[in-house]
Design a protein. Structure first.
Length: 293
């Protein structure tokens, strides 16, 4: 009887460059996120604040438009730093919804279907895989945070008259406002990105990841509030919402800060959140864990 010799053949095709291979992770991750229209809808809702504040700037800088709209009084003039602080205070919740929607679908399904072992066995290292997930989720959150505030700062630069304090005191005050805005936006993006990926990496079930992230986002705030009310003590804030809020006060309006929270504690707590979340991701994606499961 004839015997057919079978052997494995090596890949003789074209190997894609390293940047293309690494960018394939965030590309397919975003395709999985935007497989449902709700992600695009949520991203559109996240742009509403930028549109609203831009319209506000147009109205307050154009008296003829105020007359055309028959405004009886001049609109309430917010300080520039108040605009950015109010922006981040509301945008934080939009970012939370985006994390709850997008993050559970980034790592959990690949752990459940064991496709992550195949990914690690190919030409994409673990560091490239994690970097791709960070780029995907961080890019979505960046579109909701510091990218929009940078555009808002640019609109202020265009709409305000040369006599406005925005231009008159640009280098001593206004330019520092821009860096403070970037610092708050980038910090919030990095923290939420790593926390979201940690919640997705810690379980194979995407629904369980949503529950875990809800506990992480809501639990610390509720716990510190209960401890403060029961024992009548001033507990330093540890929840991401309180830390983000206090960071905004410290950067923009330190005199209006209600709690006695200093920059050292806020910085330490933020770094601790990032370190713990990053450690969880590294631990869950260790090669022997991935291949064993």
């Amino acid at each position: 009887m004839p015997v057919h010799e079978m052997r494995y053949r090596s890949w003789e095709g074209k190997v894609m460059p390293v940047p293309v291979r690494l960018l394939s992770v965030p590309r397919y991750t975003l395709l999985a996120v935007f497989n449902k229209y709700i992600a695009a809808v949520l991203l559109g809702i996240g742009v509403l604040q930028l549109i609203a504040y831009t319209g506000y700037l147009v109205i307050v800088t154009m008296p003829e438009l105020q007359n055309l709209l028959d405004l009886e009084e001049v609109p309430v003039r917010l300080r520039d730093e108040q605009i950015f602080r109010y922006f981040y205070s509301a945008q934080y919740y939009v970012c939370l919804l985006m994390v709850l929607l997008a993050a559970p679908k980034m790592i959990s399904p690949e752990l459940a279907h064991r496709s992550i072992a195949i990914i690690f066995s190919r030409a994409i290292p673990k560091s490239g895989y994690i970097l791709g997930k960070v780029i995907a989720l961080g890019g979505l959150l960046s579109l909701l945070t510091w990218v929009q505030t940078s555009l808002l700062f640019f609109f202020m630069h265009v709409l305000y008259t040369p006599e406005h304090t925005f231009h008159a005191e640009f280098w001593p005050d206004t330019f520092m406002l821009f860096w403070k805005t970037l610092l708050l936006g980038v910090t919030m993006t990095v923290v939420l990105t790593f926390v979201g990926l940690a919640g997705s990496a810690i379980t194979k079930n995407a629904r369980h990841a949503v529950v875990l992230l809800l506990i992480v986002f809501l639990g610390p705030g509720l716990a510190t509030t209960m401890i403060s009310e029961i024992f009548r003590v001033n507990v330093p804030p540890v929840s991401l919402r309180h830390l983000t809020q206090d960071m905004g006060y410290l950067l923009y309006n330190p005199g209006e800060l209600v709690r006695d929270t200093g920059p050292v504690w806020v910085t330490f707590a933020m770094v601790l959140w990032i370190a713990v979340a990053f450690g969880v991701v590294l631990r869950q994606l260790r090669p022997h864990r991935v291949y064993r499961e």
